[in-house]
Design a protein around this ligand. Structure first.
Ligand code: CP
Length: 309
């Protein structure tokens, strides 16, 4: 694997199968090393800057937890309104400025391409924590780590991705990683929210088997794993379109009763109504375990880009 030292993490397509193996092993080692301890000392003296121009609970807090569990420090900008972006500062100038303070930066921004813009301007590694409807590569890595832990293998996978496949940056990044393991994919969405054509044709070009359908039950019964996503209201310019498609796909106790097999259920979260709270006790409901895995994956990525693993 090419070392991640000093590298940016911007897109799901930048990783090889070997990279994924090394990242999973590094995350797993940190998970073991941390058992019974509050924190490690590997990144003592290093500073992470988290720049969030869009709301977040998991990504920001798990990166900050990861850095602190590794003994490092954190400076944080939790919203665009609390930064000089509100006065008109560009992403590039923000990135150049933060490069003077921190050793690594994590950025979330509503515009596709903004993380690359920050990376081009910064003199420290930049990690994309979600650029609009573009990519969310660290989420995809923690998803893969979760699949590996839940199944014990990434081989012979059939995955149903359900919901807002048009705007879902998590699925856009995850399909890149799943394609390395030749997973079969079901794309389940309303017609309005289908996976972008350039992504499906890119995957088909790599020989990936794809079925596009609006029937979640049919797809779920053919799959090992259901990856639910939220319909992203904030990406709609016409709210009447959102009203038309919302609530179309819901996993609830009744759905589980009708399901013919046990499946693993993942969701990047936050959820709105697409998974009923009563599903949380289903043994395959892995979405809160998925949240926890995010800390170990982000510990691995921080240590690796800073050249400590
Ligand atoms: N999964 C995810 O990106 O969650 P947040 O929006 O809370 O960071």
């Amino acid at each position: 694997m090419a070392s991640l030292k000093g590298k940016d993490i911007l897109h799901g397509n930048q990783f090889s199968k070997k990279d994924i193996d090394v990242i999973i092993k590094t995350a797993s080692n940190f998970e073991k090393e941390l058992k019974g301890k509050d924190s490690l000392t590997l990144l003592r003296g290093k500073i992470l800057a988290t720049l969030f121009f869009e709301p977040s609970t998991r990504t920001r807090l798990s990166f900050e937890t990861a850095m602190q569990r590794l003994g490092g420090g954190v400076v944080s900008m939790a919203s665009a309104e609390s930064s000089s972006a509100a006065k008109g500062e560009t992403v590039a100038d923000t990135a150049k400025t933060v490069s003077q303070y921190a050793d690594v930066m994590v950025i979330r921004h509503p515009r596709i391409g903004s993380a690359k813009e920050a990376a081009d301007a910064a003199s420290i590694p930049v990690i994309n924590a979600g650029d609009g409807a573009g990519q969310h590569p660290t989420q995809a890595l923690l998803d893969i780590y979760t699949i590996y832990k839940e199944r014990g293998s990434l081989k012979n996978l059939t995955v149903s991705m359900v919901g807002d496949l048009k705007n879902g940056r998590t699925v856009h990044a995850l399909v890149e990683l799943l394609s390395l393991f030749e997973a079969r994919l079901y794309f389940v969405s309303p017609d309005l929210l289908r996976m972008p054509e350039e992504i499906t044709s890119h995957l088909k070009g790599k020989g990936i088997e794809i079925v596009e359908t609006e029937d979640m039950m049919e797809a779920a019964n053919a799959s090992d794993l259901i990856y639910m996503t939220r319909i992203q209201k904030e990406r709609f310019t016409d709210l009447s379109e959102y009203e038309r498609v919302k609530g179309q796909y819901i996993i609830n106790e009744d759905f589980l009763k009708r399901l013919k097999k046990k499946v693993i259920i993942l969701h990047p979260l936050p959820r709105v109504d697409e998974i009923a709270p009563g599903v949380d006790s289903y043994p395959g409901a892995a979405y809160f375990r998925q949240v926890r895995n995010g800390v170990f994956i982000r510990m691995a990525l921080l240590a690796m880009v800073l050249g400590k693993r």
